[in-house]
Write a protein that binds this ligand. Sequence first.
Ligand SMILES: NC(=O)c1ccc[n+]([C@@H]2O[C@H](COP(=O)([O-])OP(=O)(O)OC[C@H]3O[C@@H](n4cnc5c(N)ncnc54)[C@H](OP(=O)(O)O)[C@@H]3O)[C@@H](O)[C@H]2O)c1
Length: 262
Amino acid sequence: MDKRVIVITGGSSGIGLQTVRQLAAEENNHIISFSRSEEKMRKALKEIGEKDNINYFGGDITKKDDCQKFAQYVEANYGKLHGLVNNAGIITNGGIEMIDYETWKYNLEVNLNGVYLFTRCVLPLLRKAQGASVVNVSSVASFKPGRSIAYSVSKAGLDMLTEFLAGDLAPYKIRVNSVNPGLVVTPLHLDNKIFDKKAEYEEMLNKSAEKYPLRRIGKPGDIANLIEFLLSDKASWITGSIMKIDGGVTISNDLIPPKENN
Ligand SMILES: NC(=O)c1ccc[n+]([C@@H]2O[C@H](COP(=O)([O-])OP(=O)(O)OC[C@H]3O[C@@H](n4cnc5c(N)ncnc54)[C@H](OP(=O)(O)O)[C@@H]3O)[C@@H](O)[C@H]2O)c1
């Protein structure tokens, strides 16, 4: 049987890396991790252990040339693409008085425009698979204003892109869905300097966990499990869905706080 070829953008870290790890455990999958730093990817894949069904491709989803080169590489080596996980993303902190226009634009460039560009470049390969699945990694920040104006707006735009593409690509049997995580422990917040000190970040994690009805922050594997499902044939009737995966944080509110443990 032909292997399922799946690309994961931002596969060198956090949610993307765990998704690479889980999907590669299935021998019938061939996983390609796409992100900017080849060194980071080399290290990450070393951590997973020698596997001949994973490789990586260095590139930036905001650069047309990189995305086109990647599409040519897949065309030449695999001929088609069965799965695309648009996971690469960045975060900035603050509202309109804190974030300058350049920062705003760059956040949208990566989290929204980059997804559009990358998807458009690989679309002919997805069409050839006749039943491909695209999963966009969004956030619960898309549902209501959080701490970052640019991040929330980029993810709200991404949710609409998901719905639009689901309709656009249904004639080719390509399914498109979003997963919208709550807070997940990954390098995202420290790498993007949302917190200067690790201790501050850890304090935030502890405080935040109390606000989650299930009383814990997410793990990359929680999200990878849902991505894995959406890529599989078990999800063959799901498209255009925006799926919260957040330990219940979006149903928790000040009127009905989470119950204390007995
Ligand atoms: N962690 C959370 O609490 C949380 C919650 C909700 C949603 N999310 C979303 O989950 C996704 C993954 O985040 P994470 O938490 O796993 O973060 P992470 O550990 O920082 O991983 C981000 C990945 O994106 C890659 N990347 C960033 N900019 C890129 C670009 N221009 N082109 C290609 N690759 C790029 C990074 O690799 P390079 O630096 O090598 O490019 C890295 O592999 C993001 O879309 C994020 O918004 C995260």
